[in-house]
Write a protein that binds this ligand. Sequence first.
Ligand code: APR
Ligand code: ZN
Ligand code: ZN
Length: 366
Amino acid sequence: MKAAVLHNYCEELQIENVDLEEPRKGEVRVKMKAAGICHSDLHVINAHLPLPVPIILGHEGAGVVDAVGEGVTSVKVGDHVVLNWVPSCGKCYYCQIGRPDMCDEAAKISAMGTMFDGTTRFSIGGKAVYQFPLTGTFSEYTVVPERAAIPIRNDVPFELAALVGCSVITGVGAVTNTAKVEPGSTVAVIGAGGVGFNVIQGAALCGAKQIIAIDVLPEKLEMTKTFGATHTINASEEDVISAVLDLTGGHGVDYAFEVIGRPETMAEAYNITRKTGTAVIVGIAAPNESVTVNAFSLPSQSKTLTGSWLGQGNPPVDYPKLLDLYAEGKLKLEPLVSKIYTLDQINEGFEALKAGKNIRGVIRFD
Ligand code: APR
Ligand code: ZN
Ligand code: ZN
């Protein structure tokens, strides 16, 4: 079985033969059909997210259940599934209070790069190969906990269903669950990548009257208009703060979203938000980085600065719901896929991601 393995940080992934154990109790083997290349995977390659190596990355994927371990009840062989990279435990404090996105157990195990029992199912020559984060979709097959394999309708092409696993739930959920954008609102989105495009279409779904897309690449900014952006700002040519103030009568926007993962643009999101408005940080910075905001503004402008992880969603409920929205023509998925790669071409996909070329590059396993 072939998989793309990261052996050392800041190196290319190696396509090689990897051994995969049978699913154990409560686990499921999935034959991967499609996997999106997300910036969070690049954060691991760049050593911004510290995880053990060697590791199989990839967390935005769809496939078919190929085998189930003892006691599995929620899926059966042949089911189409989207993988869930926050397979919440249902028992911890955050699961109990209805915030499965914040599950302590899933966060702890993801950082270890293992399965829930602390061991790995992937290996090379008897040596453990880790998987990120309880998924590992850059592999022809993967073994995941039952809760990480969410059954879906079987009439959506896998390369579109895969996107729902991360970029769609993260982007749309940041708008609908975290910000709860109301009709008629003004919204700014910093970073028009795979996730940012979904923040834009989420804001359009909520009936925002003004959606300002901000990026450094003119071709991408142009495309944001088909997803509902009403205005665009090229951050490499214009001063973002004054451009947003100009577009909002000097107030700033009701809701700003940072969808890149850089402290400077996170501060920018806060600064373009109007008094009492809400800035939502979606992008993931390295754990040792900090954001600076003006201290006096905290009380005197009374903005809300918050974050959104997995779009504050609940995958078993939200993945099927998002795919239904797609089937009803309310959510765009096809135009998010800029390029299809084979697993062998994965490093090419990461180069394109670094250059910001694709909205989403997707690997198809045929
Ligand atoms: N100002 C505006 N846009 C910028 C800037 C900047 N200074 N720097 C980069 N960008 C744009 C890029 O051109 C690109 O279009 O940000 C976008 C980032 O998109 P992707 O690389 O496709 O990243 P994506 O997969 O969407 O993830 C975005 O969300 O979930 C997190 O870990 C993920 O931190 C990452 C973020
Ligand atoms: Zn992702
Ligand atoms: Zn939990």
